[in-house]
Design a binder for this molecule. Sequence first.
Ligand code: AMP
Ligand code: MG
Length: 326
Amino acid sequence: MSVEVCASCLSNGDVCVLPTETVYGLAGSAISSNAIKKIYKIKGRPPNNPLIVHVLDHESAFDFCHTNNVSKILADAFWPGPLTFILPKKDIISNSVTAGLDTVAVRSPAHPLFRKVLEKVEFPIAAPSANLSTQISPTSKRDVLDAMGKNCPYILDGGTCNFGIESTVIDLTDSPVKILRHGPISASEIESKTGIKVNFPDSQEKSPTNEPQLNSPGQMSKHYAPTTPLRLFKSFDDLSNFHLNKKNDLIILPSNKTNLPVSLQKVQIFYLSKTGEFRDIAQNLFRVLREADKIRKNFINTHLLPEEEKYSAINDKLIRASSINI
Ligand code: AMP
Ligand code: MG
């Protein structure tokens, strides 16, 4: 499928699947009520989970929301890229896009094919991940087909997504600005690049697992979940000390440089990276979860990464994907 066909499909109020640098998105015109209805219906997304609106640049965002000095500085530093701003919306954006909120989520994607589609249409594009609600997000055309089955809308193939996890969401309606969803861009990166002070949920209320609670609609506690129950251990040591067996269990580990104790050597292992670097782990996380899920063992076992800010996005996804916390 070509950029031209996607653009005309979107202009007709239809939906298609577009690649972004984060994950593949189920795209529709953000100003077409038909397209928005289709997105919610196809994904089975609850109506209280608002959509992200994609624009070419900060100037085009001005038509749909009230931009400000801080959004300009952040856009200059990080757009196009995986940073989503929450800003007061203008009337052209309907309540169905924002789940009734008077703010809207807006971002400028970096993927060249998505940008070409944006250049051809005259409206912003809503594009949540192209998977069914609560399931694992797709990072390749194959994943989209797996996730959507035979009723899948047209897909524009843009290869494997660079980042592999969803954008960082930052609320710019208040001061200091606040991270609502951890993602590829961290609070410290924003502070060091722009000097803007950023609140992030470390200082906020902690959940029973002692992880930050993010206060944003649609941040469901179950998300990114494989069909196989995921057991999440607090550390590699806890995982190693648990009695696992090769018939029922498989393991996902962050790095293939891990020294394995004898107890784990017979169990099938998937690795998230060769380096243990955040960037590699993020890029492979959803793909590896899908592959592990396909093996159909009784349990997938993995562990949290160290409680460092740079790993917040991965830990947040693991917690939402897990069904058993140990
Ligand atoms: P995604 O599912 O990746 O498309 O991301 C959409 C997420 O962005 C939602 O689940 C919310 O967590 C967040 N979001 C979207 N719009 C708003 C908004 N107006 N205020 C706060 N968070 C929002
Ligand atoms: Mg999603």
